[in-house]
Design a protein around this ligand. Structure first.
Ligand SMILES: C[S@@+](CC[C@H](N)C(=O)[O-])C[C@H]1O[C@@H](n2cnc3c(N)ncnc32)[C@H](O)[C@@H]1O
Length: 270
């Protein structure tokens, strides 16, 4: 990204999506994002590997879901385009796949739309996942996804950007309720079960950004799945070589602590 910001975007306010892009080694970020990103890395250097692990996990996850016969994906809090985006993996494994990306960041929407060349299969919707009624009735969402059939809803590294006062358990339940049997919900989420002090210090840093940062306990993260059946190995520490799904062929060297600083799981609607 040039240092010139698109209209309506203040480059001086650090932004969670662009900081994540910085951690991934991307170019879609401004100085303010990099400065706060460096503060985070000074306390939690494992974040760099961890974000890459999360992306690698998304690739494995989408492939797994395609193997289960899923062809419809709703990726909430999809982030700036990176390597191995959901639609690229999905279309490789299921050529009939449909993918809708949803993000509430206008910069993500602009970059996402520039990347997507096939409106019959893939859409980028600018919307707030905290309003499931709006997301689920959006014409582009309805146009591409058939909710009478199984859909995989992805919430990867996004719910920890939603504070408790926005009642994430309520809106996540609304997505679960809207899905047909055989649908999936996948979540990766930072926890403060370990390294609590350092993770909470990062949480303070994020207050300066455009989003709150709310790590949660394994119990709180598990509750997002409601009555969905967790696919083995269940809610596990991840991303990382111990993450979901375990991939013995590609364990990246990752700090044990970071591997335990997040949980990931996949649930299936009975
Ligand atoms: C850390 S990035 C994760 C991107 C991607 N899901 C991944 O795991 O690689 C989180 C993304 O969620 C988006 N986001 C945060 N709050 C959101 C909300 N309420 N509705 C939609 N998107 C949101 C941010 O703009 C950002 O792009």
């Amino acid at each position: 990204m040039t240092e010139e910001a698109p209209q309506g975007v203040d480059p001086h306010i650090p932004n969670a999506a662009r900081m994540y892009d910085y951690f991934l080694g991307g170019k879609d970020n401004f100085k303010a994002d990099r400065d706060l990103g460096d503060m985070v890395l000074s306390v939690l250097p494992e974040v760099r590997d961890g974000t890459r692990e999360n992306r690698a996990m998304i690739g494995r996850l989408v492939r797994y879901l395609c193997e289960q016969g899923i062809t419809q994906f709703l990726d909430l809090g999809s982030g700036l385009p990176a390597q191995e985006n959901v639609h690229e993996v999905a279309l490789r494994h299921a050529p009939e796949a449909r993918v809708v990306y949803v993000d509430n960041d206008p910069v993500v929407a602009v970059h996402g739309r520039a990347l997507l060349a096939d409106p019959d299969r893939v859409a980028m919707v600018l919307a707030d996942m905290r309003r499931p009624e709006e997301v689920l009735s959006d014409p582009e969402v309805r146009g591409l996804l058939d909710f009478d059939r199984p859909v995989a809803v992805l919430m990867m590294f996004v719910l920890h950007l939603v504070p408790e006062e926005d009642d994430p358990q309520r809106f996540v339940a609304a997505y679960r309720d809207a899905l047909a049997p055989g649908s999936y919900l996948a979540i990766s989420h930072v926890t403060n079960d370990v390294a609590t002090e350092r993770v909470m210090q990062v949480s303070d840093f994020y207050r300066k950004a455009n989003a709150a940062f709310t790590p949660r306990s394994g119990g709180e993260i598990g509750a997002f799945f409601g009555d969905f059946e967790l696919i083995p190995p269940g809610l596990v520490n991840g991303p990382g070589p111990h993450g979901w799904p375990f991939d013995p062929d590609h364990p990246l060297p990752i700090d044990e602590d970071f591997a335990r600083m997040a949980y990931a799981g996949v649930g299936r609607k009975p």
